[in-house]
Design a protein around this ligand. Structure first.
Ligand SMILES: Nc1ncnc2c1ncn2[C@@H]1O[C@H](COP(=O)(O)OP(=O)(O)OP(=O)(O)O)[C@@H](O)[C@H]1O
Ligand SMILES: [Mg+2]
Length: 381
């Protein structure tokens, strides 16, 4: 039996500890007999036992049977502690509780052993939650790393795009600067025909610049999900005619033949005129660029039921099925056009498809290497 002072001391210490994790305890004699058990010690036993004190430890806690040597080693202070972890106790009311048993040397009030039974049920659940949260955290971290990688890739693409766009913007500017300087310095010596030719070049290049800037602004709107379509009734034939006319200079310079075959049907539909012009501009610019000198370019309009169709056909480089499958990806350019050093940023068709789809339309392509390409746009009337 513990003396009064010991009991007080123990109880005070245990109140602190059990506040953290519920604890029961017992004092054992050196020959492993229970000398004292805390009031709730019965709750850690596998079976109800009326009298605990005076019993052999292995009779009340079967888990300790056969462990006498280890416990004696603790008593002789050859090892500091002996622990049995996560011992399961099925509860009458259902469910399980888990206990950790720790045995340490005890020198007061007389030499023996202290057995502490710690209820780690809640602790175990917490640990499990912690493991789960750590797993979730790991997953989040992995996702974050992936997103980061993607952002870096996009960032690199953006830098690449900026340098290419700057390059694209500079070439029309160089032409404009060159021809204006020529007219300014040698104006009197330039014949009226030449003067008008130079002015056409300047005008064409200024329009090209304008459209490049529109492309960049459109891309920005598409990427931020802010693309706005302002619909007004537009005569599609008229729009095709005007846009084709804007290409007269480029077509002539490349010795192409550009033909428009416009339907007699009235094709007036509610569309965003400047955005649809951007679509046509991109398709025509591709047809001119990717067709070797002296090619045939045809723009056709027709009505198919409740659909207005625009076709842009060329007799140019054409594409393999593999190339066509990447055609509408942002920044995609075929190896073919890269190796031929034909200028471009791979923006055009991505924007074209976004604009056509924003109008509720579709775009499709038919192409074969060296046999030209046909781009077909369908718009609901
Ligand atoms: N008419 C065409 N004939 C052959 N290849 C084409 C044609 N149109 C597009 N392509 C291929 O598709 C790629 C993507 O075209 P897209 O218009 O998106 O970009 P780009 O012309 O390279 O540059 P950008 O239009 O931004 O100046 C081109 O680089 C080219 O490889
Ligand atoms: Mg293009």
């Amino acid at each position: 039996m513990l003396q009064k002072l010991d009991v007080d001391l123990w109880e005070q210490a245990m109140r602190v500890v059990t506040h953290l994790r519920p604890v029961e305890y017992a004092r054992l004699t050196p020959d492993l007999i229970v000398a004292f058990a805390s009031p709730g010690f019965a709750t850690v036993l596998p079976q109800p036992t009326a009298v605990i004190e005076g019993q052999a430890l292995s009779d009340v806690l079967w888990e300790f049977a056969g462990l006498e040597d280890a416990l004696t080693a603790v008593f002789q202070q050859e090892r500091p502690i002996f622990t049995l972890e996560r011992i399961n106790r099925t509860q009458a009311a259902g469910g399980s509780r888990y206990f950790d048993f720790h045995v340490t040397h005890l020198s007061v009030p007389e030499p023996g052993l202290l057995l502490v039974a710690e209820d780690v049920t809640a602790w175990g659940a917490l640990e499990q939650e912690l493991v789960q949260e750590r797993n979730e955290l790991d997953l989040l971290q992995r996702r974050l790393a992936q997103a980061n990688e993607q952002l870096q890739r996009l960032d690199q693409m953006k830098s690449l795009f900026l340098s290419m766009a700057a390059h694209d913007l500079r070439s029309p500017l160089t032409a404009v600067a060159g021809y204006t300087e020529l007219l300014q310095k040698n104006g009197e010596m330039v014949s009226p025909t030449k003067r008008s030719e130079f002015l056409t070049i300047i005008q064409t290049q200024v329009k090209r610049l304008n459209r490049l800037i529109d492309d960049i602004l459109n891309l920005d709107q598409i990427e931020r999900g802010l693309l706005q379509i302002e619909r007004l009734p537009v005569d599609l034939n008229q729009l095709v005619q005007n846009t084709a006319a804007d290409f007269a200079y480029l077509v002539a310079r490349n010795q192409h033949n550009l033909q428009t075959n416009l339907t007699e049907d009235a094709l007036v539909l509610p569309i965003d005129e400047s955005k649809m012009q951007q679509v046509l501009y991109n398709l025509l610019s591709n047809a001119v660029k990717y067709t070797p000198r002296g090619g045939e370019i045809q723009v056709t309009t027709r009505r198919e039921g409740e659909t207005a169709v625009i076709e842009v056909a060329d007799t140019g480089l054409g594409m393999t099925a593999e190339q066509v499958s990447h055609l509408f990806e942002l920044y995609y350019r075929s190896d073919e056009v890269r190796s031929r050093k034909i200028q471009g940023t791979g923006l055009g068709l991505f924007i074209v498809r976004s604009l056509v789809e924003a109008h509720g339309g579709t775009i499709s392509v038919q192409s074969e290497p060296d046999a030209g390409s046909v781009f077909t746009i369908s718009l609901p009337l």
